[in-house]
Design a protein around this ligand. Structure first.
Ligand SMILES: [Zn+2]
Length: 71
């Protein structure tokens, strides 16, 4: 299971054995804009580790951090 900490909402998680791809919507916490496309993370994300990335909001220009915690 993966937990959205910051800047995103998980729409599809890895399967029960921890394989597969995490899909997530990118959400700007400054203005609430939800990007139309989804981000994907296919690398390993083990329990207690955090996947970090960022995007620039096309609406307000905020540099939004994304954090997903492996659980
Ligand atoms: Zn924004």
């Amino acid at each position: 299971m993966s937990i959205a900490i910051k800047g995103c909402q998980i729409t599809r998680d890895k399967d029960a054995s921890g394989h597969g791809t995490i899909h997530y919507k990118k959400i700007c916490s400054a203005c609430g804009y939800v990007l139309p496309g989804e981000g994907q993370h296919s690398g390993p994300l083990s329990r207690g580790n955090t996947f970090r990335t960022f995007f620039k909001c096309p609406k307000c220009g905020n540099k939004q951090d994304i954090e997903i915690l492996g659980e």
